[in-house]
Ligand binder design. Structure first.
Ligand code: ACM
Length: 406
């Protein structure tokens, strides 16, 4: 079987508690998943208790309101506070439950972009030390950490605390969608670039990630980044494991450069995408990613693993999260490491175990479909065509550019 059989749960955009995370671990184990990647921090929330820097969870876990329409539209907001974070005790319970089922839990603390919640707590580490609020808007934001020694000292302590809590071999440090030209808006960063002789913000980014790589290695861990951090400059990038989300081309380039690669392409492993083009499906970021699409996925030879992603901008309720995962998470497992003559019999054999856990499954028969709580009915944003989006993502990855909202 593949070495990394992964599932990513985003608990930043909407918080999911330890009870749900443990239940999800139990359900994933039925299908031989062995890695739960927790996306713990982002612009919209910091979801981990910190005893070293308590403002991270005290301020960073609370946002005043959330966007309640699609992220590509002019935002409207729900006016409701959203909060929550995992305590150290929660993490110990999650990790211990995962271990009992043969799974590792890989934490992600996303830097240097996607840092709105961190900067709401500690603005001194951001571009121009600007005051920031925990964001209630979806999509890519301007927030960016400053590349100075005090930032790295701070992050070293943050990662040290994270490493003590999560005994996994890996720590994920994000590195995606960083709008690195925002460094040029900070005169002190511009002076720093001149002093260091960096001709471009990409060079500065490589310096930043190499400082982080030193921190992660000193903790005895292997670093993982999203493909952006590699794609900016494959020749100068860190040695981190590359988690490719923008298609197979950048995954192949990373393999050719000797990197360990986990494949998690938007199409068809972003399970927050709707499962069908239908007015009755819950609002989703895009779609569709059908069961058949997942069953047709072929990993590249030589990759270390495959992973699905459940981002949670549009998913607030556990039943909705499960509805998006099942049966597609089972299909990915069958396709990439499962055994049996066909998916139907593979799933039928294991389905009773999911049902015993009271997991919500999206039935293929519309008449049998579970009623779930969700933030609104689709359709997902109509201008969002999955095939042309994937093409644009692949191009941006190979060109070493940030994929902007589209
Ligand atoms: C990502 O979807 N920004 C990894």
């Amino acid at each position: 079987m593949m070495r990394w059989r992964g599932a990513m749960l985003d608990i930043s955009r909407h918080y999911f508690d330890a009870t749900f995370i443990k239940k999800t671990i139990s359900s994933l184990a039925i299908f031989d998943y062995n890695t739960l990647h927790l996306h713990l921090t982002d612009d919209q929330g910091w979801r981990l208790e910190s005893k070293v820097f308590p403002l991270l969870h005290e301020l960073g876990s609370v946002r005043k309101q959330s966007q309640n329409n699609h992220g590509l539209l002019e935002p409207t907001y729900d006016g409701k506070e959203h909060s929550g974070y995992l305590t150290h005790n929660d993490v110990r319970e999650i990790v211990s439950h995962a271990h009992s089922l043969g799974m590792q839990v890989v934490p992600e603390v996303n830097i240097p972009g996607h840092t709105g919640a961190l900067l709401a707590a500690y603005p001194q580490f951001g571009v121009n030390k600007a005051a920031v609020e925990v964001s209630g808007r979806w999509g890519i934001s301007d927030y960016l950490l400053r590349p100075f020694p005090e930032t790295f000292e701070f992050l070293a302590k943050v990662f040290e605390e994270v490493a003590e809590l999560f005994p996994s071999e890996y720590i994920h440090v994000g590195g995606d969608e960083s709008l690195i030209d925002n460094w040029l808006k900070d005169p002190e960063v511009v002076v720093f670039m001149k002093e260091k002789g960096f001709a471009s913000t990409k060079e500065l980014f490589m310096f930043f990630m190499k400082e982080i790589e030193k921190i992660i290695s000193s903790l005895g861990k292997k670093m993982v980044t999203w493909d952006d951090a590699f794609a900016f400059d494959p020749e100068q990038a860190t040695q981190a494991t590359v988690m490719s989300w923008r298609g197979a081309a950048i995954a192949q380039i990373a393999l050719d450069h000797g990197r360990e690669v986990i494949q998690g392409p938007v199409f068809p492993t972003y399970l927050d995408y709707s499962q069908e083009v239908s007015e009755s499906e819950p609002l989703a970021i895009g779609g569709p990613v059908t069961l058949e699409d997942v069953l047709a996925f072929t990993p590249l030879p030589g990759v270390t693993g495959v992973q699905f992603q459940l981002w949670s901008e549009y998913i607030q309720f556990p039943t909705h999260a499960e509805y998006m995962m099942w049966p597609r998470a089972a299909a990915l497992a069958y396709r990439c490491w499962g055994e049996g003559k066909d998916f139907e019999s593979y799933f039928a054999e294991r389905r009773p175990l999911l049902e015993k856990l009271d997991v919500t499954i999206r039935d293929m028969d519309p008449l049998k479909r579970a009623k779930i709580a969700h933030l609104g009915i689709g359709p997902y944003y109509r201008g969002f065509d999955t095939a042309s989006m994937m093409e644009a993502l692949e191009k941006s990855a190979v060109a070493g550019e940030v994929a902007h909202d589209f």
